[in-house]
Design a binder for this molecule. Structure first.
Ligand code: NAP
Length: 294
């Protein structure tokens, strides 16, 4: 019998990509799952798939949830307790990325990105921690990114939200250890999901009127396209999450797939200027001075 069988997990952002793959993976472990996201149709499709494949060993529920809404977060936790009576695992996965130069991305858009990627994660954790503390056990998995280690020009909004998760996860890990609650940060690299489509959608305004940044944004778009050939599968991240959950003493961080581990290693060993050189060269930002523009 797998060690996770019968445990109860909430997974945010379970309607696509990494969250959906994690739901399928944890269902295979025999866990009971609560799937959260805004697109109820997608959640129901994931749930049906799980029930078809693992219906005899796994119970799953789908709750339409906007993680940025305090009411939705309370309802999600309340309904989970009502259905299962406990919460063993919280996978804080919901997130998206806004692109564009800091000068041009409207502050409200930056706030929205932080609301989803950082404040909602903290808000949901605040509701779940007291429950895990009473149980004397639990695991919180925060889905960060390699972008939490390496911040790129024209992506600083998203990258800074993931940098914040590095600190939030480190702090929580120490605070919660005395209560038997483990906190793990997952650092995915490029993964083939709906992430790029959503990033393009939310960044359309800046992307369509980039002013003096136009040459770099074109190069960025090209780079992103090229990088997507490296992209791993969501199931690779789901496997890593399952591994972290099965471990009695999980690592503090798991970067995956291989290219993500390599990038994290490079960031650790290279000085800032060398990292800048590599990234700026990619974007055509090196040794280039544009004429002053209004
Ligand atoms: N793909 C990559 O290359 C990559 C790399 C590193 C890290 N990540 C991180 O991995 C996580 C999952 O992303 P993904 O790649 O799987 O992309 P995805 O396919 O776009 O999935 C994002 C998920 O987040 C959910 N979400 C977004 N805003 C939400 C909100 N306000 N309330 C509830 N759910 C919300 C979406 O559900 P609804 O739209 O239904 O609400 C969706 O299920 C994100 O945190 C992302 O930053 C991704």
């Amino acid at each position: 019998m797998p060690a996770l069988a019968g445990q109860v997990a909430i997974i945010t952002g379970a309607s696509s990509g990494i969250g959906a793959a994690t739901a399928v993976r944890l269902a295979r472990e025999g866990m009971n799952l609560v799937l959260a996201g805004r697109r109820l149709n997608n959640l129901e499709a994931v749930r049906r798939d799980i029930q078809t494949r693992h219906g005899t060993t796994c119970r799953s529920l789908a709750f339409q949830t906007d993680v940025t809404s305090a009411d939705d977060r309370r309802r999600l936790v309340g309904e989970t307790l009502a259905a299962f009576g406990r919460i063993d695992v919280l996978v804080n996965n919901a997130g998206y990325g806004h692109r564009g130069p800091i000068e041009l991305v409207p502050l409200d858009d930056i706030r929205r990105n932080y609301e989803t990627n950082v404040f909602a994660l903290i808000g949901l954790s605040q509701l779940v921690i007291p429950i895990m503390r009473k149980q004397g056990s639990g695991k919180i998995i925060n889905v960060g990114s390699v972008a939490g280690k390496i911040a790129r020009p024209l992506s600083a909004v998203y990258d800074s939200t993931k940098h914040a998760l590095e600190a939030v996860s480190d702090g929580m890990r120490g605070e919660l250890a005395p209560f038997g609650i483990k906190v793990v940060l997952i650092e995915p690299g490029f993964i083939r999901t709906e992430f790029l489509r959503v990033a393009n959608e939310v960044s359309t305004d800046v992307w369509s009127d980039p002013g003096p940044y136009a040459p770099f944004m074109d190069k960025t778009a090209l780079n992103i396209q090229q990088a997507s050939s490296l992209a791993g599968q969501p199931s690779q991240i789901a496997d890593v999450i399952a591994k972290a959950l099965r471990a009695r003493n999980p690592r503090t961080r798991y970067a995956a797939p291989g290219h993500a581990r390599f990038l994290v290693f490079l960031r650790r060993v290279l000085p800032d200027r060398a990292v800048d050189f590599i990234i700026h060269r990619q974007l055509g930002l090196h040794a280039r001075r544009l004429r002053p523009m209004r």
